[in-house]
Design a protein around this ligand. Structure first.
Ligand code: DLL
Length: 465
């Protein structure tokens, strides 16, 4: 799956995609020798800690008694910053600049209550654009190409973040935003862009529709992120759109998209380490784990003016390597996200990660990448129901790749498929779940934004405001 814990090359590009290779936006910085990079990081870290102590009263108390770090290792003496800290200081309590110095605010969506708000000075916006420009160039997008940007524009950082990064890299951007899929398909066909960016689940929606209509897409590279996805999804998207798909990661609390991104040769997601200092820590102890082991990604911003974050606990689980990449990049690389500390479901005492369910499902021939988990409560007992779909016939007809055809050949009847899914999930998760194999198209698809694959029907009371 995309979230394989180890940073390692993914499958080769699909036969239908024209090969793309990684470029550079800021070669000197991206290939800076590590000792020089770490010196730069330390100087920037010291400035960041000083700024937080002096200009953010809510942080000054927490950092009192802690000396400005004299090495990068000293960072581990500092407390973590959690999403709840942002909520507690809603909306602007953690800003290090006056409100009048802000150039823009964004916010991340929450299902309940207030969003978490983040602010940027104009210099922050420049740095953000620079990071995204590096991502796009590394992914193989070339200056002069056209990028169909189907990330949502608005408080969500995806649309405007990719937009500014594309412009900074000399890439012509079509600001389509999310939704209105028919119009997206028309523009993809009429404008013939070479690149697209959107959530992976939306790319799958587009791939499915394009596949069923048969046109050849002009798109060569897809830059996909903002939600978890799997290698199986990557294969389906690449076959459906005829693209090379790369993984981009980020979060609004840290800056937005562009914290890290795969390059076209896919050797893990390169972290923009001159701006974001990564740590991987044990989720239960908070202690650092060795490179290569999975833990929680914790990020310290090194150059942000408006909203510097010290040891921000992302909740995202991944591993990291600091070995130089084959393309010459020296910055640390992370694996895809393997899960979140907070998306774990506890079903009758067993910990279940949606990513495990997904991983298991996608290994069963004839099961499509579309599924939904429904958690219910019967009496005092929690139950997990898994809605799946068989592989779509239309997708099969157009799929160029042999694997898909083999899978179709082996596809079972719905009741056989249901039994197979039941058995595989029982052995993978250690609990019995219920399964329904539903008509193609009945499990919710992304209509442009992030897709939530879990429906929790256990919540019976309204949360207190
Ligand atoms: O999702 C920023 C973004 C926009 C990233 C466009 C990539 C592309 P938030 O809405 O604040 O920001 O959500 C951040 O989304 O902590 C992860 O849990 C998840 N996430 C983001 N990228 C990935 C990815 C944007 N490539 C949260 N793989 C993060 C898995 C991702 N999860």
């Amino acid at each position: 799956m995309m979230g394989d814990a180890e940073v390692r090359p993914a499958a080769t590009q699909p036969a239908t995609a024209q090969p793309v290779s990684p470029g550079f936006h800021a070669r000197d910085v991206e290939t800076m020798p590590r000792p020089q990079l770490e010196k730069l990081q330390l100087a920037r870290l010291q400035t960041t800690v000083g700024v937080l102590k002096e200009r953010v009263p809510a942080m000054a108390g927490r950092l009192a008694g802690l000396a400005v770090p004299s090495s990068l290792e000293d960072l581990r003496n500092f407390p973590f910053l959690h999403k709840t800290d942002l909520r507690d200081n809603y909306p602007f309590g953690l800003l290090a600049v006056d409100r009048a110095e802000l150039a823009r605010v964004h916010a991340s969506s929450g299902t309940t209550g207030k969003p978490t708000v983040v602010g940027y000075t104009s210099e922050d916006l420049n740095i953000w654009a620079e990071c995204v420009a590096r991502c796009l160039r590394g992914a193989g997008v070339e200056p002069g190409w056209m990028l169909h940007n189907a990330y949502g524009y608005g408080l969500f950082t995806g649309g405007l973040g990719l937009h500014a990064g594309a412009e900074a890299a000399g890439i012509n951007v079509v600001p389509v935003s999310g939704g209105n899929t028919e119009r997206q398909l028309m523009l993809l066909s009429d404008f013939a862009p070479e690149a697209i960016c959107c959530t992976p689940s939306y790319a799958l929606t587009l791939a499915e529709l394009l596949g069923s209509r048969g046109p050849t897409s002009s798109v060569r590279v897809a830059i996909l992120g903002a939600e978890p996805w799997t290698e199986h999804m990557r294969t389906a998207i690449e076959a459906g759109l005829g693209v090379a798909a790369v993984n981009i990661y980020g979060l609004s609390e840290v800056i937005g998209p562009g914290v890290s991104c795969e390059t076209a040769d896919r050797n893990g997601l390169v972290i923009m380490e001159d701006h974001f200092l990564p740590e991987i820590v044990d989720p239960s102890t908070g202690e650092p784990v060795p490179d290569g082991e999975v833990g929680v990604l914790v990020i310290t911003s090194l150059t942000k003016q408006a909203f510097p974050v010290l040891r921000y606990w992302t909740g995202d689980l991944c591993s990291i390597t600091r070995e130089p990449a084959p393309c010459g990049r020296t910055h640390a690389r992370m694996s895809g996200i393997v899960g979140r500390t907070d998306d774990m479901l506890v079903i009758r005492g067993v910990n279940v990660y949606p990513s495990n369910v997904e991983h298991t499902l996608l290994q069963i021939p004839g099961v499509s990448p579309h599924f939904q988990l429904v958690v219910k409560r019967t009496g005092t007992l929690d139950t997990l129901h898994v809605r799946v779909e068989p592989t779509q016939p239309a997708q099969d007809e157009t799929a160029q790749n042999e694997t898909a055809q083999n899978e179709t050949a082996q596809a079972a009847r719905p009741d056989d498929l249901e039994r197979q899914v039941l058995e595989r999930l029982k052995s993978a998760l250690g609990i019995t779940v219920s399964v329904s194999v539903e008509a193609c198209g009945s499990v919710p698809r992304s209509e442009g934004g992030k897709l939530s694959r879990t429906v929790d029907e256990r919540v019976t009371e309204e949360p207190t405001q």
